[in-house]
Write a protein that binds this ligand. Sequence first.
Ligand SMILES: [Zn+2]
Length: 289
Amino acid sequence: MLVTMKELLEVAQKNHFAVPAFNAGTGQLLSGMMESAEEKRAPVIMAVHPDELKFLRDSFVSSVIYEANHTKVPVAIHLDHGGTYEQCLHAIQLGFTSVMIDGSLLPFEENIALTKKVVAAAHPLGVTVEGELGTIGQTGDSIEGGVTKVTYTNPADAKRFVEETGVDALAIAIGTAHGIYPKGFVPKLKLDLLTDIRHAVSTPLVLHGGSSNKDEEIAESVKRGICKINISSDIKFSFMKGVEQYLNDKGFEREPNVIYPSCIRMARDTMEEKMALFHDVDQVKCFSL
Ligand SMILES: [Zn+2]
C-alpha cells in the first residue's frame, strides 16, 4: 500500500522502531526491497536522490508506485536530499509521497525560509516533508554529499526549526557521515545529544549516513527515538560485490536475468540485516491497512 512517510513515521515513533529508507540506485534494488519487505513484513521507504532520479528516469517513480499499490506492506516513495524548491515540486508532480528539502548548508534563517516554502506547497497535497538541521559528514565517495566537518544539531535550534517550518520529519547531525567509512575510522555517535534533541522536539527524527556505523550505536539510536534511517552505500556495496563475484566466478555473461538474481540476494541480505537491527521486521502488524 502506497502511504506517506508521515504515516509510516508516526507509527514507528509510537512503537519504537525505525523504518529503513533504501536508496534506489538501480531498478534491481527496488525488486530486492519489495521481496524483502514482503517476506519480512517490514514497512519500507524507497528513497530516490535527484542524481538517482536522473539516471533511473522519471518513469521509475511509476514502477515504485505500482509496486507499493500491489502489496500489503506500507511503502512510501521519498525524494532524498532535494536541493531546491523546484526539485521538490517536480517530485511531487511525479507522485512522490514524501520529499526532503536539504537546506542544511544554508544559513539558519534561509534554511527555515526554504523549508517553509516546500512545506507550504507539499502539505495541501498530503505530501510529507523532511528538513535537515546540522550537517552530515561525508567520506568523499557518496552522491548524498556532506561536509568534511560535522556541525552537530543544536536542540534549541531544532525546536525553533520544527515550530517555524512545520516539517513532518527532521534529519539531525549527531556524528554520522554519508558513504562507507575509510578503513580504521571509527565513527562515534553523540547519543546524549540525540536524547537532548528528542526532549526538545516531538517530530520524528531521521538519521542519515547510517551505513557502516556500529550496530550497537544504531540500535541505541532507535531506542532513543530515531524513526527513519537512510541506507544507501551498504546495499549498493553488497549488490556490486555480487556483480564482481559473479563475473569473477562464472566469467562473462550477457543476460541480466542470469547475473542479477544472486546480486539482488546479496543486497537483500544487507537490507534484511538492517530491518532486524531497526526492529522493523513484522511491524506491518502495527498498521491498519
Ligand atoms: Zn543523506
